[in-house]
Design a protein around this ligand. Structure first.
Ligand SMILES: [Zn+2]
Length: 201
């Protein structure tokens, strides 16, 4: 009797979960995936959303290269479109992490041991962890409290892992990469606030 009753309950629950997840993938997956894939991601609460392996270089950092920079980007795309671009093997671009504007949810797309292609400079790709933030350089409303806070906690964890100083010499914008013609994260990114959050995370 108990067994018989549990079956339809169980399957109905599965169906509901599946439906809800399809409607709002990132939000509802974040908790369960963090548990299920804690061995996959480098940051425990990140959701694993792997980039195509054609868009990064397999490596063995920090043995192969010293990691001494965090590079801050703004996507100029939506969160979803950014993940899709990274999954497309023809795009030849990736970052280790993407932070979603509305809630600060974090996707990890490339393992930190590997070299993501985000800086447009091979030396800086080899030595850095790249974090993309959903938004546009000229639309500061995308830089929400949640985005700053969650990103700062991620950067603090990266700095702790590799012994990277939590300052503007080592936490840099894409625009500071030698040879870069990119402007991100742009003049509306609040560096003073961000570095403060990283230090007090
Ligand atoms: Zn960039």
């Amino acid at each position: 009797m108990d067994m018989d009753r549990s079956k339809p309950l169980l399957s109905r629950r599965r169906l509901l979960t599946g439906t809800a997840v399809a409607a709002v993938p990132g939000v509802l997956f974040s908790g369960s995936r963090a548990v299920a894939q804690s061995g996959v991601v480098d940051y425990p609460t990140a959701e694993w959303q792997p980039a195509s392996t054609s868009n990064s270089t397999a490596s063995d950092r920090p043995l192969s290269y010293t990691v001494d920079r965090v590079i801050i980007h703004v996507t100029q795309e939506t969160y979803g479109d950014t993940l899709a671009i990274f999954m497309n093997p023809q795009k030849r671009v990736s970052a280790h992490y993407v932070v979603r504007s509305a809630d600060g949810h974090i996707a990890q797309c490339v393992h930190e041991t590997d070299i993501a292609w985000h800086a447009g400079n091979w030396d800086y790709n080899t030595r850095s962890v790249g974090i993309e933030h959903e938004g546009w350089v000229d639309r500061p409303t995308y830089f929400t409290d949640a985005l700053y806070e969650q990103s700062a906690q991620l950067t603090a964890a990266i700095c702790a892992r590799y012994g990277i100083p939590r300052d503007r010499e080592h936490i840099i914008g894409h625009y500071q990469v030698p040879g870069s013609d990119h402007t991100d994260p742009g003049p509306d990114w609040d560096w003073v606030r961000y570095i403060r959050l990283v230090n007090f995370a």
